[in-house]
Design a binder for this molecule. Structure first.
Ligand code: IMP
Length: 424
């Protein structure tokens, strides 16, 4: 069964957009299985740059069918706006794009709650897109399926129930909820656009797999933001790991052929929470500038730091990586030396494990590598890399116990060392 899952191994923003776009050349279908408009995948085509939040990054390749799976939370107005932009660029012409009728809706009151909470003491630095509150409604069994977009009476009734439920929360937070009429009026233009796209996404994906089509399951955020396996409570509210592809797309684990883990050659994080290898000096600033490390959804400067090998090993374990996609190696070019955390010193001794529940009392142990100054962007094979960069790349794969499938050496689609297709 030719299903391939691609997920972030860190705190998101690992360069998924570019790698998924490259892999989509080998895929017939791309399915997003988790998250919502909190993700922002930056796609580069020639001089053009495009940020997609909800639509799978595979949208740039004309022959692939795109599916938004039931594990997602979808803000209908954001999705409709994204489709309008894609339409304007001619990227939707003649292609199939489906929205699971069991994905959950993010409606304006979710955004109100998320935003109000982020003003208070419990703020964790969310993207304020209503993602957490929408997943809360889902788990509380009062969420609204995207399928309701096809049935205005059902949608109205569900919105009225949801507003009554959120009213006391919003009152305590000192805010104000929109009326049901306001919510429905806001959603109406998007409703008309999205209703024809609703499908049983699980059945569509299953049919494709049965027909031997190559299906790419595209994750959002990253392993360390996963609600089960991340640095809780500083996480998102969805299942961002490879296992989430099964629940979020509605396929069984037997349908997955391989899992690819994405990691930058360094680490970034947006929002609050522990980040042991964070750099607070000019090297961190230099990486931020060279890597354009500013949030694609919120514009926030990303926190930057050295690569965390124990964290990557942890991600390899909880996802079962078959291969790695190492991105943004070129961003480290010009640094006199490059470091990677290889172990942690903890009150209980040194460990090569990622002490996920004791990060505050753990101190990274670093290994230092010589830097390189050569331009990497023309490298198309590992042997084309300067010796110091090659040593760093080999070290990562050796430490994680996983081969590289891709090494990205620049911004453009072609600035890539493509070593192996995940479809075999
Ligand atoms: P939420 O997903 O908006 O609820 O935010 C929860 C946490 O996940 C915050 O720290 C966000 O900055 C982080 N987060 C959510 N989506 C992304 C992403 O696509 N990239 C990086 N961080 C993200």
């Amino acid at each position: 069964m030719p299903g391939v899952v691609i997920v972030g191994a860190q705190w998101g923003d690992e360069g998924k957009g570019k790698v998924v776009d490259i892999y989509t050349e080998h895929a017939d279908m791309v399915v997003r299985f988790a998250g919502g408009p909190n993700a922002g995948h930056t796609l580069v085509v020639g001089a053009d740059k495009l940020v997609v939040r909800l639509v799978p990054s595979g949208i740039l390749r004309p022959r692939s069918t795109c599916v938004l799976g039931q594990g997602m939370v979808v803000d209908p107005t954001t999705l409709a706006a994204e489709l309008a932009e894609l339409d304007r660029r001619g990227l939707l012409a003649g292609r199939d794009l489906w929205l699971s009728d069991r994905a959950h809706l993010i409606l304006p009151y979710h955004v109100v709650v998320d935003t109000l909470r982020e003003k208070g003491a419990g703020a964790i630095g969310t993207t304020k897109r209503g993602v957490g509150p929408a997943y809360e409604d889902k788990a509380a069994r009062v969420g609204i399926h995207a399928g309701a977009l096809a049935d205005p009476a059902r949608l109205r009734a569900a919105v009225e129930v949801a507003l009554a439920r959120w009213a006391p929360v919003v009152q305590v937070l000192g805010g104000e909820l929109p009326s049901a009429d306001r919510v429905l009026a806001d959603v109406e233009p998007a409703r008309a656009r999205l209703a024809p796209l609703l499908r049983d996404a699980s059945a569509i994906v299953d049919d494709a797999l049965k027909a031997g089509k190559r299906v790419l399951f595209e994750g959002a955020q990253g392993t360390l933001l996963d609600v089960d396996h991340g640095t809780y409570p500083f996480v998102t509210s969805s299942s961002a790991v490879a296992g989430g592809a099964c629940t979020g797309a509605g396929v069984g684990p037997t349908r997955i052929q391989s899992v690819v883990g994405l990691t930058k050659a360094y680490t970034t994080r947006v929002g609050g929470g522990p980040f042991p290898t964070e750099l607070h000096d000019e090297v961190g600033e230099r990486i931020r500038k060279a890597g354009s490390e500013f949030g694609s959804v919120t514009g926030r400067p990303r926190r930057t730091g050295w690569l965390d090998v124990p964290a990557l090993r942890y991600a390899a374990r909880v996802n079962g990586f078959d291969g790695l996609a190492l991105t943004k190696l070129d961003v480290l070019t010009g640094l006199p030396e490059v470091k990677a955390c290889v172990a942690y010193r903890t009150p209980r001794g040194e460990t090569k494990e990622f002490p996920i529940d004791a990060l505050d009392s753990a101190e990274p142990v670093y290994r230092t590598f010589p830097g390189w100054t050569e331009d990497l962007s023309k490298a198309r094979a590992l042997d084309d890399l300067p010796r110091a960069a090659r040593a760093f790349v080999d070290f990562v794969s050796h430490e994680i116990g996983c081969p590289h499938f891709v090494v990205s050496v620049g911004y453009e689609r072609d600035d890539t060392i493509l070593l192996r297709s995940p479809f075999g």
